[in-house]
Design a protein around this ligand. Structure first.
Ligand code: PLP
Length: 394
């Protein structure tokens, strides 16, 4: 990792770690296919390189939220199954059909739009019917399921759609034993049985996200949809650490110290002077701010490894920069500051930042801004042939 170019700031993305995480997750759900969820620019890690790495490690599906994300995968030349699930009226159904996407349908409005697009395209759309088994977000309620299933069967008969999947999403998969888990699985089984009895022949039935993949085997069905765990982050610190699940964080956020200076006691630091130096001390300027995704809410709290020790953000995080109090430590401009990473060099983790900002690690990595270049490490898939019995893809 030491050969990376010196940059103001960078997010190093370790694709070997991502591939190893995909293999670890496949081993957790050996009878299910794995969908690599790469929405929101692969949770900030970079969609196309992460999608390619996940496929190399044995993922057979890719998943995105919006159709635009899925179409961007195709535009990058990525083949294979790609599913997207967050549609709004007027979205590009026809482009989705022509790009061979698997498109989620949660209600009759979506079925109407997709069948109209299929007639225009002159070929059937691949759709997956989504049930709301209790999350209360997207998906078709059980009461409306028979109507949606009947309409989908009619569209299949008319040749405008092929239903490739039946699926749902869990509300509390990261809270083992939560009563909603068993309740949702029961409803899911019932709704799947109803649709199959009515004549739907899905290729895949799926409901598991990362926490369910890691801890709820009965939720695996035919396919698991893993996002956060693939990026080496535990879905929840209460479930365990990444290492407990054989996962390794993929992103390291680093910056070069931009300025070092001595200041006297009583010197205010950053907007609002929320921090005032207690003694004569050394301040270090870190050129990352809330525009780069460093949460302003972690002002005074966020941890950074610089000069061999953890420092806390001194005062407020500004748009482009923040300050750390280095005490008596002698640090040079250009020294490396590590905000988070896997932790093996003593640096904090994304989870530490989540704690400092009262949020979840998902939000920490996903919000790293576009001004921070992603630097890809271990792009060559050399590990696969040694650790994957199926052999390398190249
Ligand atoms: C984001 C998302 C996932 C992945 O969730 P993780 O907890 O990151 O694994 C799975 N399914 C759906 C529908 C999602 O929106």
């Amino acid at each position: 990792m030491s050969q990376t170019p010196r940059l103001r700031a960078r997010a190093e993305i370790d694709l070997a770690a991502l591939r190893a995480n995909v293999r670890a997750l496949r081993a957790r759900a050996p009878r299910a296919a794995l969908m690599a969820v790469v929405k929101s620019d692969a949770y900030g890690h970079g969609m196309v390189p992460c999608a390619r790495a996940a496929l190399e490690a044995g993922a057979t599906w890719l998943g995105t939220a919006t159709p635009h994300e899925a179409l961007a995968l195709r535009a990058a030349g990525i083949q294979g199954r790609v599913m997207c699930w967050l549609w709004t009226p007027g979205d590009p159904w026809r482009e989705g059909i022509e790009a061979d996407l698997d498109m989620s349908v949660s209600g009759l409005w979506a079925l109407r739009e997709v069948t109209a697009a299929a007639r225009e395209a002159g070929r059937p759309a691949r759709i997956q019917l989504k049930a709301d088994t209790g999350l209360g977000r997207n998906g078709c309620l059980p009461a409306d399921w028979p109507e949606l299933v009947a309409a989908a069967l009619a569209a299949e008969a008319a040749g405008t759609v092929k239903v490739t999947g039946l699926w749902s999403h869990l509300a509390c998969a990261d809270e083992p034993g939560h009563p909603s888990i068993a309740a949702q699985l029961d409803v899911f089984r019932e709704l799947v049985a109803y649709a199959e009895k009515a004549g739907i022949e899905p290729e895949v039935r799926h409901i598991a996200n990362s926490p369910a993949t890691l801890t709820i085997p009965e939720a695996h069905f035919d396919l698991v949809r893993t996002g956060i765990a693939m990026y080496g982050i535990s879905p929840s610190p209460e479930l365990g650490t990444p290492a407990d699940f054989g996962l390794r964080p993929v992103m390291t956020l680093a910056a070069s110290v931009a300025l070092v200076k001595q200041v006297p006691a009583g010197h205010g630091v950053s907007y609002g002077h929320q921090y005032v130096t207690a003694d004569e001390t050394t301040l270090g300027l870190i050129p990352l701010g809330y525009a780069d995704g460093v949460p302003r809410h972690a002002s005074g709290r966020g941890p950074v490894l610089v000069g061999g020790a953890w420092r806390r953000v001194a005062g407020r995080v500004a748009m482009d920069q923040f300050v750390v109090d280095l005490g008596r430590e002698r640090v040079e401009e250009g020294a490396e500051a590590l905000l988070f990473g896997p932790g093996d060099r003593g640096e904090p983790t994304a989870e530490d930042w989540a704690e400092a900002a009262d949020t979840i690690a998902y939000e920490i990595v996903t919000r790293i801004g576009t001004r921070v270049p992603r630097v890809y490490l271990n792009e060559d898939n050399e590990d696969n042939e040694f650790s994957d019995g199926r052999g390398a893809a190249r």
